[in-house]
Ligand binder design. Structure first.
Ligand SMILES: C[S@@+](CC[C@H](N)C(=O)[O-])C[C@H]1O[C@@H](n2cnc3c(N)ncnc32)[C@H](O)[C@@H]1O
Length: 197
């Protein structure tokens, strides 16, 4: 079994706590350190399947808030949550964007969206950066003033340019690698706090 497919302590914890993916602990750490979401907020979760970030965000925003979860893949029903609205489709598709905008504006946009990896790191990082650019364009169309952003990026040369783009739009921007990101993974998360529309 490949190292990344072996269940580690985060996978076991996710199973115990009823989350469909171990990636929830990346958002949990970012939330603990940076308070990106609060009760009552409207959150857009980009690249949401199989749904662990949406499930976590739905708990934070509570019944007075809403999570809009969008993915290429259809999202399975999330147990115990009534405050999650799903959109199936590509975030580059104008119809999908129109629906995202219609359900906004959002107080936070969180994106774990990632291209299917090809094994060619250059290609994968270019595709990942293109997804981040698309998420930034969603911020410009649907993020409320003072809103927050998290966006996954495969590191490979675009991080400083994208960080600059974030700092241009937000009061503060940084690049974070959470503990739950596997050591061998080249992913990191761009964080923007305080959107200045
Ligand atoms: C790592 S998974 C997300 C895991 C999720 N955060 C969770 O915790 O359950 C990345 C997701 O990004 C989605 N994705 C990639 N490109 C996309 C696009 N252009 N539009 C919508 N979703 C996309 C993929 O379908 C995949 O489900």
């Amino acid at each position: 079994m490949a190292r990344r497919d072996r269940p580690d302590s985060y996978s076991k914890q996710a199973r115990r706590e009823g989350y469909p993916a171990r990636s929830v602990y990346k958002l949990e750490e970012l939330q603990r350190r940076l308070t990106l979401m609060r009760p009552g907020m409207r959150v857009l979760d980009v690249g949401a399947a199989p749904g662990s970030w949406s499930q976590f965000a739905a708990k934070i925003v509570g019944s007075g808030g809403l999570v809009v979860a969008v993915d290429l893949a259809e999202l399975p029903a999330i147990e115990g949550t009534k405050n999650v609205e799903t959109i199936t489709g590509d975030i580059c598709d104008e119809q999908v964007i129109a629906r995202i905008v219609e359900l906004g504006p959002y107080d936070a946009i969180v994106s774990d969206a990632a291209p299917r990896t090809s094994g060619n790191r250059t290609l994968d990082t270019v595709r990942s950066a293109a997804l981040v650019e698309q998420v930034l364009s969603l911020c410009d169309r649907a993020l409320a003033p003072d809103g927050n952003l998290v966006a996954k990026l495969f590191q490979g040369g675009e991080e400083q340019r994208l960080l600059h783009e974030i700092r241009r739009r937000f009061s503060a921007g940084r690049l974070v690698k959470p503990k739950a990101s596997r050591d061998e993974s080249f992913e990191a998360f761009l964080v923007g706090k305080g959107y200045q529309a």
